[in-house]
Design a protein around this ligand. Structure first.
Ligand code: CU
Length: 220
Protein backbone atom coordinates (compact mmCIF):
# COMPACT_ATOMS: atom_id res chain seq x y z
CA UNK A 1 0.00 0.00 0.00
CA UNK A 2 1.24 3.44 -0.77
CA UNK A 3 -0.19 5.40 2.16
CA UNK A 4 3.11 5.39 3.98
CA UNK A 5 4.76 6.77 0.89
CA UNK A 6 2.35 9.68 0.87
CA UNK A 7 3.05 10.25 4.53
CA UNK A 8 6.76 10.20 3.94
CA UNK A 9 6.44 12.85 1.28
CA UNK A 10 4.46 15.07 3.61
CA UNK A 11 6.54 14.52 6.68
CA UNK A 12 9.85 14.68 4.89
CA UNK A 13 9.39 18.24 3.84
CA UNK A 14 10.33 19.73 7.16
CA UNK A 15 12.25 18.28 10.07
CA UNK A 16 10.36 18.45 13.38
CA UNK A 17 13.00 20.81 14.77
CA UNK A 18 12.26 23.40 12.11
CA UNK A 19 11.73 26.60 14.11
CA UNK A 20 9.43 27.97 11.42
CA UNK A 21 6.82 25.33 12.19
CA UNK A 22 3.88 27.00 13.80
CA UNK A 23 2.26 25.44 16.81
CA UNK A 24 -1.47 24.98 16.91
CA UNK A 25 -3.25 27.57 19.02
CA UNK A 26 -3.28 26.80 22.71
CA UNK A 27 -0.59 24.14 22.40
CA UNK A 28 1.76 25.91 24.74
CA UNK A 29 0.88 27.24 28.13
CA UNK A 30 4.32 28.44 29.11
CA UNK A 31 4.79 32.13 29.29
CA UNK A 32 8.48 32.96 28.98
CA UNK A 33 7.97 36.27 30.75
CA UNK A 34 6.58 34.55 33.84
CA UNK A 35 9.22 31.83 34.08
CA UNK A 36 12.35 33.90 33.61
CA UNK A 37 13.55 36.47 36.13
CA UNK A 38 16.58 38.62 35.34
CA UNK A 39 19.33 37.18 37.51
CA UNK A 40 21.05 40.53 37.92
CA UNK A 41 18.39 41.72 40.36
CA UNK A 42 19.45 39.18 43.03
CA UNK A 43 23.25 39.48 42.79
CA UNK A 44 23.73 42.46 45.14
CA UNK A 45 22.81 40.78 48.45
CA UNK A 46 26.36 40.37 49.75
CA UNK A 47 27.41 43.95 49.15
CA UNK A 48 27.50 46.80 51.76
CA UNK A 49 24.29 48.75 52.15
CA UNK A 50 25.42 51.95 50.51
CA UNK A 51 26.72 50.09 47.51
CA UNK A 52 23.65 47.92 47.52
CA UNK A 53 21.24 50.86 47.32
CA UNK A 54 23.15 52.46 44.50
CA UNK A 55 23.66 49.21 42.67
CA UNK A 56 20.09 48.17 43.24
CA UNK A 57 18.65 51.31 41.74
CA UNK A 58 21.06 51.03 38.84
CA UNK A 59 20.10 47.41 38.34
CA UNK A 60 16.45 48.29 38.59
CA UNK A 61 16.95 50.86 35.90
CA UNK A 62 18.81 48.36 33.77
CA UNK A 63 16.14 45.79 34.49
CA UNK A 64 13.46 48.22 33.42
CA UNK A 65 15.32 48.78 30.21
CA UNK A 66 15.79 45.07 29.61
CA UNK A 67 12.42 43.82 30.73
CA UNK A 68 10.42 44.57 27.60
CA UNK A 69 13.10 43.13 25.32
CA UNK A 70 12.38 39.48 24.42
CA UNK A 71 16.02 39.09 23.35
CA UNK A 72 17.20 39.57 26.95
CA UNK A 73 14.83 36.86 28.15
CA UNK A 74 15.87 34.51 25.38
CA UNK A 75 19.48 34.48 26.63
CA UNK A 76 18.57 32.12 29.47
CA UNK A 77 18.98 28.51 28.30
CA UNK A 78 16.01 27.52 30.45
CA UNK A 79 13.71 29.85 28.57
CA UNK A 80 11.38 27.89 26.30
CA UNK A 81 11.29 28.93 22.65
CA UNK A 82 9.17 31.99 22.13
CA UNK A 83 5.66 31.09 21.10
CA UNK A 84 2.92 33.37 19.89
CA UNK A 85 0.46 34.51 22.56
CA UNK A 86 -2.63 32.36 22.97
CA UNK A 87 -4.73 34.42 20.61
CA UNK A 88 -6.34 33.01 17.48
CA UNK A 89 -3.84 32.80 14.63
CA UNK A 90 -3.64 35.97 12.64
CA UNK A 91 -4.71 36.00 9.05
CA UNK A 92 -2.21 34.29 6.75
CA UNK A 93 0.79 34.12 5.84
CA UNK A 94 -0.35 30.52 6.07
CA UNK A 95 1.32 27.79 4.08
CA UNK A 96 -0.94 25.51 2.10
CA UNK A 97 0.33 22.13 1.01
CA UNK A 98 -1.33 21.28 -2.30
CA UNK A 99 -1.40 17.76 -3.72
CA UNK A 100 -2.20 17.33 -7.39
CA UNK A 101 -1.41 15.22 -10.40
CA UNK A 102 1.41 16.44 -12.65
CA UNK A 103 -0.84 17.22 -15.62
CA UNK A 104 -3.58 19.17 -13.85
CA UNK A 105 -3.73 22.64 -15.44
CA UNK A 106 -6.68 23.96 -13.42
CA UNK A 107 -4.91 22.86 -10.22
CA UNK A 108 -1.96 25.06 -11.17
CA UNK A 109 -4.31 27.97 -11.86
CA UNK A 110 -5.88 27.50 -8.43
CA UNK A 111 -2.40 27.57 -6.86
CA UNK A 112 -1.74 30.84 -8.73
CA UNK A 113 -5.03 32.19 -7.33
CA UNK A 114 -3.96 31.34 -3.77
CA UNK A 115 -0.53 32.93 -4.21
CA UNK A 116 -2.08 36.07 -5.66
CA UNK A 117 -4.22 36.23 -2.51
CA UNK A 118 -1.12 36.14 -0.30
CA UNK A 119 -0.84 32.47 0.64
CA UNK A 120 2.40 30.54 0.55
CA UNK A 121 1.79 27.35 -1.43
CA UNK A 122 3.91 24.23 -1.63
CA UNK A 123 2.86 21.70 -4.25
CA UNK A 124 3.44 17.97 -4.37
CA UNK A 125 2.67 15.94 -7.45
CA UNK A 126 1.17 12.50 -6.95
CA UNK A 127 -0.22 9.74 -9.12
CA UNK A 128 -4.01 9.53 -9.29
CA UNK A 129 -3.96 6.52 -7.00
CA UNK A 130 -1.86 8.24 -4.35
CA UNK A 131 -3.93 11.40 -4.59
CA UNK A 132 -7.11 9.37 -4.04
CA UNK A 133 -5.46 7.66 -1.07
CA UNK A 134 -4.48 11.03 0.37
CA UNK A 135 -8.06 12.30 0.03
CA UNK A 136 -9.40 9.21 1.81
CA UNK A 137 -6.74 9.49 4.50
CA UNK A 138 -7.81 13.07 5.18
CA UNK A 139 -11.52 12.26 5.35
CA UNK A 140 -12.65 13.80 2.07
CA UNK A 141 -16.00 12.18 1.24
CA UNK A 142 -15.86 10.57 -2.21
CA UNK A 143 -18.88 12.58 -3.39
CA UNK A 144 -17.10 15.87 -2.57
CA UNK A 145 -13.85 15.02 -4.35
CA UNK A 146 -12.30 17.31 -6.92
CA UNK A 147 -9.00 17.52 -8.77
CA UNK A 148 -6.63 18.65 -6.01
CA UNK A 149 -6.38 18.59 -2.21
CA UNK A 150 -4.87 21.24 0.03
CA UNK A 151 -3.86 21.00 3.69
CA UNK A 152 -3.54 24.11 5.82
CA UNK A 153 -3.44 24.54 9.61
CA UNK A 154 -5.21 21.25 10.25
CA UNK A 155 -7.91 21.79 7.63
CA UNK A 156 -8.51 20.08 4.29
CA UNK A 157 -9.26 22.22 1.27
CA UNK A 158 -10.72 20.10 -1.52
CA UNK A 159 -11.09 21.49 -5.02
CA UNK A 160 -11.45 25.03 -6.34
CA UNK A 161 -12.25 26.76 -3.04
CA UNK A 162 -11.86 30.58 -3.26
CA UNK A 163 -9.00 32.03 -1.20
CA UNK A 164 -11.48 34.29 0.60
CA UNK A 165 -13.22 31.20 2.01
CA UNK A 166 -9.90 29.70 3.13
CA UNK A 167 -9.15 32.96 4.95
CA UNK A 168 -12.58 32.95 6.58
CA UNK A 169 -12.08 29.32 7.65
CA UNK A 170 -8.70 30.11 9.25
CA UNK A 171 -10.07 33.19 10.99
CA UNK A 172 -13.24 31.56 12.36
CA UNK A 173 -11.81 28.06 12.88
CA UNK A 174 -15.12 26.15 12.93
CA UNK A 175 -15.10 22.52 14.09
CA UNK A 176 -15.09 20.97 10.63
CA UNK A 177 -12.61 18.86 8.71
CA UNK A 178 -12.41 21.33 5.87
CA UNK A 179 -14.00 22.93 2.85
CA UNK A 180 -14.84 21.46 -0.54
CA UNK A 181 -16.03 22.59 -3.92
CA UNK A 182 -17.05 19.26 -5.46
CA UNK A 183 -16.37 18.69 -9.12
CA UNK A 184 -14.95 21.67 -10.97
CA UNK A 185 -17.64 24.33 -11.41
CA UNK A 186 -17.02 26.70 -14.30
CA UNK A 187 -16.08 30.14 -12.96
CA UNK A 188 -14.59 28.94 -9.67
CA UNK A 189 -11.00 30.13 -9.06
CA UNK A 190 -8.77 28.31 -11.54
CA UNK A 191 -11.78 27.32 -13.65
CA UNK A 192 -12.43 30.67 -15.31
CA UNK A 193 -13.71 30.52 -18.87
CA UNK A 194 -12.99 33.26 -21.43
CA UNK A 195 -16.74 33.40 -22.00
CA UNK A 196 -17.96 34.54 -18.59
CA UNK A 197 -21.55 33.77 -19.54
CA UNK A 198 -20.59 30.14 -19.01
CA UNK A 199 -19.67 30.75 -15.35
CA UNK A 200 -22.07 29.12 -12.91
CA UNK A 201 -23.09 29.57 -9.30
CA UNK A 202 -21.43 27.19 -6.84
CA UNK A 203 -21.43 26.40 -3.14
CA UNK A 204 -18.44 25.96 -0.88
CA UNK A 205 -19.29 23.10 1.49
CA UNK A 206 -17.94 22.56 5.00
CA UNK A 207 -17.60 18.86 5.78
CA UNK A 208 -16.67 16.71 8.74
CA UNK A 209 -18.10 14.37 11.39
CA UNK A 210 -20.38 12.79 8.78
CA UNK A 211 -22.21 16.00 7.96
CA UNK A 212 -21.94 18.61 5.26
CA UNK A 213 -23.26 22.18 5.24
CA UNK A 214 -23.07 25.15 2.95
CA UNK A 215 -20.21 27.42 4.03
CA UNK A 216 -20.67 30.06 1.34
CA UNK A 217 -22.35 30.58 -2.00
CA UNK A 218 -20.79 32.23 -5.03
CA UNK A 219 -22.75 33.74 -7.88
CA UNK A 220 -21.23 34.16 -11.34
CU1 CU B 1 -9.63 21.46 -11.28
Amino acid sequence: MSLSGVHAVRNGRRPPEDPTIRHPPGSSEEDPIVTSTPRALSTDRRRPNSVRVGAASLLLAVGALLAPAPAALAESPATPPATPPATPPATPPATIQVYKTPTCGCCTKWVDHLRAAGFTVETTELTNAKLDALKAMNGVPAELASCHTGLVDGYVIEGHVPASDVRKLLAERPKVSGLAVPGMPMGSPGMEHPDKSRHEAFDVLAFGEGSTRVFSNHQP
